[in-house]
Design a protein around this ligand. Structure first.
Ligand code: XMP
Length: 512
């Protein structure tokens, strides 16, 4: 890796967005903790540094500050919002406490020539969100642009290679924001912009080989995007030293086990172990109706099965996980412990500590769309790379109430029909999730001359960006009608199909 821009994270909600924007310009960028030492940044060979925004005030008691040494590294530094104030404060300027935060749009007027604004109109709409305000510049700095509220909306010390923006160039609402960042990258940091996914694969493969050497790695394959891409990347790097363990918990979708065996075992020729433990899982789940209890039982049984499989494999040194960038990087809890938070469901229940394995996370620098791009580059099919999210506890949380082989069979068959139709009508990849839910409710129906007393299946089809909020997808009635009649005709035990038209919030995407 020859070119890297460090984004020091002072807790802004936009920190990751900055890193993404830079990568979109084909320059590799990484988020670092705000207090990362200058020595570490030098040894990583950073080409430039960006100080992110943040919720703090430079006057706050626990205000996060960077290592002063970053200003002596000789690489350009760009402070954004709180980053600008920090930079000015540290370098001898004066920041004034503001009673009111400035939020939202403003008009920026560029007053003097600056590399940062090269090729950009003199007047543009920008997005602000800050409290304090710079009132006196540090020595050697001059103002480049102002807004209605600030004479120092953009400042610089060209000689010292320090730049500051009071607004957020990384957000969509700032006009020419990406161009400003591009100017920083290409005119000021003199980046080449040659970061590509193919280049990333070469680098990642080399790193994995160096770290693993001759030793062995196991990976719990779930069939989801992240673990599948991690498996393909590791396999590219270390081939047979990787063993993938796929647990068939009996809660998977129709033909899922076969598809995984075919793709990873036959096509990729990976060492693949399939632990067929459906009976064990179903046995443990007997009589359980509480959703959280189901999750616990499934999680614990998974660990048990996985450990037993690893035991059989013998000497293993590393546990690989498909953790991706947004899983590790969360806003730094300023004032408290600044350790990055790790979302719990991505850790397989403390497995690595128990098994004394080292963790290897080959995707932990990538955003979701980059993981997909990587997967495509590594030859994974669209059906894997663009697969809809599927919960870890699988169909168990889509059978309301007790899980029985009969109820599971119904939801699995109904789900398969829905997926087939969604794919056939080209809706599958356009929505966030689409699935069937088994309801333990019997209703009256008539089929032929007979009265039936069968179960209900609900269809849940939602659109979403990040699963935090979701809305039900408004698909054509003719399509819904076809799915409904196919399910009722083809799935034994179902005589009624209903459509879930609730949004999240207040409902959730899954029913349990
Ligand atoms: P909810 O139902 O909370 O779901 O709106 C949000 C997203 O998370 C998925 N989900 C899970 N994923 N284990 C997982 O790995 C779980 O226990 C789980 N519960 C929900 C859900 O499918 C949706 O994408």
């Amino acid at each position: 890796m020859s070119e890297i821009i460090a984004v020091l994270d002072f807790g802004s909600q936009y920190t990751q967005v900055i890193a993404r924007r830079l990568r979109e310009c084909n320059v590799y960028s990484r988020v670092y903790r705000y207090d990362t030492g200058a020595g570490e940044l030098r040894s990583d060979g950073v080409t430039g540094i960006i100080l992110s925004g943040g919720p703090s005030s430079v006057f706050a008691e626990n205000a996060p500050v960077p290592d002063r040494g970053i200003f002596d590294l000789g690489v350009p530094v760009l402070g954004i919002c709180y980053g600008l104030q920090l930079m000015a404060h540290i370098l001898g300027g004066t920041v004034g406490k503001s009673v009111q935060r400035e939020y939202g749009r403003g008009t920026l007027t560029v007053g003097s020539r600056s590399e940062l604004f090269s090729g950009i109109p003199r007047s543009l709409r920008v997005w602000n969100s800050h409290g304090d305000k710079l009132i006196k510049l540090p020595a050697n700095f001059h103002a480049v642009a102002r807004t209605e509220n600030s004479d120092f909306a953009a400042i610089e010390d060209e000689e010292g290679r320090c730049y500051g923006l009071q607004f957020h160039p990384e957000v969509f609402h700032t006009e020419y924001g990406t161009d400003i960042l591009r100017n920083f990258l290409f005119r000021i940091c003199r980046c080449r912009g040659d970061w590509t996914m193919a280049g990333y694969i070469d680098m990642a493969v080399q790193r994995i080989r160096e770290r693993v050497g001759e030793r062995r790695v196991i990976l719990g394959l779930s069939g989801g995007v992240d673990s599948s891409v991690a498996a393909a990347l590791l396999h590219r790097a270390i081939g047979d030293q990787l063993t993938c363990v796929f647990v068939d918990n009996g809660l998977l979708r129709k033909n899922e086990v076969e598809a995984v065996e075919k793709l990873f075992g036959e096509n990729f020729h990976m060492n693949l172990v399939v632990a067929r433990e459906a009976d064990l899982f179903l046995d443990r789940l007997k009589g359980i109706t509480d959703p959280e209890k189901k999750r616990k039982v499934i999680g614990n049984t998974f660990i048990e099965v996985f450990e037993a499989e690893v035991e059989k494999i013998g000497e293993v040194d590393f546990l690989a996980q498909g953790t991706i960038y947004p899983d590790i990087i969360e806003s730094v809890p300023i004032g408290g412990n600044p350790a990055a938070l790790i979302k719990s469901h991505h850790n397989v229940g403390g497995l690595p500590e128990r098994m004394k394995l080292q963790i290897i996370e080959p995707l932990n620098q990538l955003f979701k769309d980059e993981v997909r791009k990587l997967g495509e580059e590594l030859g994974l099919p669209r059906s894997v790379v663009w697969r809809q999210p599927f919960p870890g506890p699988g169909l168990a949380v889509r059978v309301i109430g007790e899980l029985t082989p009969h109820n599971l069979q119904i939801v699995r068959e109904a789900d398969a029909i829905l997926i087939e139709e969604m794919k056939g009508a080209d809706y599958y990849y356009k929505v966030w999730q689409s699935f069937a839910v088994f309801l333990p409710v019997q209703t009256v129906g008539v089929m032929g001359d007979e009265r039936t007393y069968d179960y209900v299946v609900a269809l849940r089809i939602v659109e979403s960006i990040d699963a935090m909020t979701a809305d039900w997808a408004h698909l054509p009635h003719a399509f819904l009608q076809k799915v409904s009649s196919r399910i009722i005709n083809e799935v034994e035990g179902v005589n009624r199909v209903v459509l879930d038209i609730s949004s999240k919030p207040p409902s959730t995407i899954e029913w349990e």
